[in-house]
Ligand binder design. Structure first.
Ligand SMILES: [Fe+2]
Length: 763
């Protein structure tokens, strides 16, 4: 039996931009995001791919015509061969009526309600009703499915089934939680022998959606909702939640039956509905690490408490000992480890398709498992864990063809299998960034080793190097490590977990390893690991073994092979374009080692007329010690001048300036050209440990120079601190760009000098 699962709508992004003013990636935030297709043949998943990988529009909601075409071609079949068409949504007329009733009963002004009801009716008629979905399918594929072959699977059941199917179809209890399905935001239940039982009294409506609330907080903090939630998780590591936590104290209500509600329900069409409440709880919004991390930590604690409450109820309700957690909220990996450790479940799994990327797999599995022709023996024959490598792969000829247009720009070596492992392991002993492309592309939001960027986590500044050369990510976001499954518990405190193959759990790094993999340890001392096995990823596992043999470092950094804002690369040409457009040092394209002919040894940033630099690092000293040092211009000028970075001489306070006066003038001369530089400490805040300074006269092509340093505490590591340095230079029209470039080149390295200074004094 052949089942095609698909998710995506031609009209949805247009609809949300027309009716709700959504622009850019926001058009994909509500419904149908993570469009994809999946193909099941006799219960075996033969192909699955997200549409964004093929149409190159991140998180696209579009109808997945490319994904479907590829799945059918991969299996060598046509639309006529498909026995069942499965869709992971079930918008019935009854769902529409209930949605309209809920709007009618809300306390919003009448004209708002009227407008919203008209919008919802149109959304139903034009986009999500069964008729609209089938009309869309026909318009985009030229094939109208026979209604007898169509299955509309309720969204949350598709999520639950994704987890069940990908974990090998063993009986399990489940928790599904996301932004919203047709009406609900979360529910629990059980799956036994492929049949789902929902615990109806555990469902929670969309107005109390933890996923949507977290998205509202993401937007409030200045990020893109339904996309940047992991940035909020990254920020949460920089602060402890406030006590009492206003989200828990004032907003969240836990009920005895395992549900939760909010004292102020969400307006599901308006992600700003709680902004005023957030400001009431945390004060007016400030775009500072201190403010955003405090809100993020509070939000994280609320999410943890709410899901733990659901699980504590679920574990009493079921006698099964396995838990599946699916839906977008399950990708909050900070929550998953404590959630599992605090439960009685013997295992908890979060699949690589836990967000909406995976629901086409779940919808197809649901359709197949519930078909009368599917026998228990068929299910047994098809069961077993599934790897995420389900998308397109490209053979030698395709790679060579893709390389052709780049012949003049790159040097290519064709290696045999062993040489790939040897060469790349050796390259990774250096401070290099490597694009790694092999086999079928992974499914889901995370790069899991087939379209990855790899680097050596033993270098403490590797994060800055990856960010400078390719990722340009916020400095507070961590990079995650690969580790051999059999070694993982030795390096990370994994509690009752023995593996985490999909980066869906976070574990504390054991103290003795923190210094050995500094580039992969988050500021809170944890890592979101991917465990490797020979069965799952043989080539990458061999590479990590070889690398460890050479360096003694048991991990590699793994981050997705893409530039910010773009989908992960899919084809060899995508990979080559990303490679050529960034400062990635080497590309491994199958068995080809690719390097650029003209490779800059040290990428020098392109100089803008208004040139901004932002650096941050963690220092091995407590905030008071760091502050006492860095607030003194004389001391910091000395610290940033080791060896070849020494560009200052004759440094002294002038005009009565001193370490304890503000403003305070000081001068020095540039060793580059002997020119005088006149600067002053302009402002200082002793409480927040922040200081601004500036040039008081133009010099050496720099017309204007302003800078701020700041020292932050690290909540759960009081012996260390976070150091932030931002600088803006206005470059004069007639500047000698060689001199300016030399100054900027030194400045780029000064934050590292500060870090090295405190590393030395700590010893
Ligand atoms: Fe979902």
């Amino acid at each position: 039996m052949i089942v095609l699962g698909c998710n995506g709508f031609s009209r949805v992004s247009e609809f949300f931009s027309e009716r709700f003013g959504a622009t850019g990636i926001n058009k994909h935030y509500l419904l149908g995001h993570d469009a994809a297709a999946a193909l099941l043949i006799d219960g075996r998943l033969v192909a699955a791919v997200e549409e964004e990988r093929l149409n190159r529009e991140k998180k696209t909601t579009d109808f997945p015509v490319n994904a479907i075409d590829w799945c059918l071609a991969e299996a060598g079949i046509t639309y006529d061969d498909v026995d069942l068409f499965a869709f992971p949504w079930n918008w019935s007329a009854q769902v529409l009526d209930e949605t309209l009733d809920a709007i009618r009963a809300s306390s919003a002004p009448q004209d708002t309600k009227t407008g919203l009801m008209a919008d919802m009716t149109d959304l139903y008629d034009q986009v999500v009703s069964p008729e609209a979905i089938l009309a869309d399918f026909e318009a985009r594929t030229g094939h109208r499915p026979d209604p007898a072959k169509v299955r509309f699977v309720p969204h949350h059941l598709a999520h639950a089934m994704t987890g069940y199917y990908l974990a090998g179809m063993k009986d399990a209890a489940f928790l599904v939680s996301d932004g919203r399905a047709e009406r609900f935001s979360t529910l629990t239940g059980e799956i036994r022998d492929g049949r789902i039982t929902v615990f109806d009294d555990t469902v929670i409506g969309a107005q109390f959606s933890m996923g949507t609330l977290f998205s509202s907080i993401t937007r409030f903090l200045g990020f893109v909702p339904n996309n940047d939630e992991y940035k909020v998780m990254g920020l949460a590591g920089y602060a402890a939640p406030p006590t009492p936590n206003p989200f828990i104290d004032k907003l969240l209500t836990l009920h005895d039956d395992g549900r939760y509600t909010f004292t102020k329900p969400l307006q599901t069409d308006n992600l700003h509905s709680h902004d005023a409440l957030f400001e009431e709880y945390f004060g007016p919004f400030e775009d500072t690490l201190a403010y955003t991390s405090r809100v993020a930590a509070a939000a994280q604690e609320m999410l943890n408490v709410a899901t733990a409450h659901q699980v504590s109820h679920l574990e009493k309700r079921t006698d099964l000992d396995r838990l599946l957690f699916e839906g977008g909220v399950a990708l909050n990996c900070l929550n998953n480890t404590p959630l599992f450790e605090g439960s009685r479940f013997e295992d908890m799994q979060v699949s690589f398709g836990a967000s909406d990327t995976g629901i086409t797999i779940g919808a197809a599995a649901h359709a197949w498992l519930n078909h009368p022709d599917t026998a228990p023996a068929d299910i047994r024959a098809a069961s077993g864990p599934i790897t995420p490598y389900l998308g397109p792969s490209y053979d030698e000829a395709a790679m060579e063809k893709a390389l052709q247009p780049f012949t003049d720009l790159v040097v290519v070596s064709r290696l045999d299998d062993d040489e790939v492992i040897d060469q790349v392991a050796k390259l990774l002993t250096q401070k290099v960034v490597i694009g790694w492309f092999e086999g079928r592309i992974e499914h889901g939001p995370r790069a899991l080793g087939h379209r990855s960027i790899l680097a050596n986590p033993g270098f403490s500044d590797i994060k800055d190097i990856i960010n400078t050369r390719v990722k340009h990510r916020e400095p507070f976001r961590p990079f995650a490590p690969l580790v051999l499954e059999e070694q993982a518990p030795q390096i990370f405190d994994m509690g009752r977990k023995s593996s985490s193959p999909y980066m869906t759990f976070v574990f504390p790094v054991r103290d003795e390893y923190k210094d050995r993999i500094p580039g992969a340890v988050h500021v809170d001392g944890t890592s979101r690991i991917q465990t490797l096995t020979d069965e799952g990823t043989p080539r990458l596992t061999a590479l990590l073994r070889k690398f460890t043999e050479l360096t003694g470092t048991p991990c590699l950094i793994n981050t997705s092979f893409n530039v910010a804002g773009e989908p992960i690369v899919c084809t060899p040409t995508d990979a080559l374009n990303c490679f050529m457009g960034t400062e990635i040092d080497y590309l491994i394209l199958g068995n080809h080692l690719v390097a650029k002919k003209q490779k800059k040894e040290h990428p020098v940033p392109t100089i803008q007329r208004k040139h901004t630099m932002y650096h941050s690092t963690v220092l091995d000293a407590d905030p008071d010690t760091v502050w006492a040092t860095v607030r003194d211009a004389m001391q910091i000028l000395d610290i940033v001048s080791p060896g070849d970075l020494d560009i200052h001489r004759d440094v002294s306070w002038v005009e009565g300036g001193s370490v304890d006066t503000v403003p305070a003038r000081y001068d020095f001369k540039l060793t580059l050209n002997g020119r005088l530089v006149q600067q002053e400490i302009a402002a200082r805040d002793e409480i927040n440990k922040t200081q601004s300074y500036r040039a008081v006269a133009p010099t050496s092509g720099v017309a204007k120079y302003e800078a701020t340093i700041r020292v932050f505490p690290i909540t759960n590591d009081p012996a260390r601190s976070f150091f932030d340095w931002s600088r803006t230079l206005d470059i004069a029209e007639d500047a000698d760009l060689n001199v300016v470039e030399a100054i900027i080149d030194v400045m780029e390295k000064q934050t590292d000098a500060v870090r090295d200074h405190f590393a030395k004094t700590a010893k």
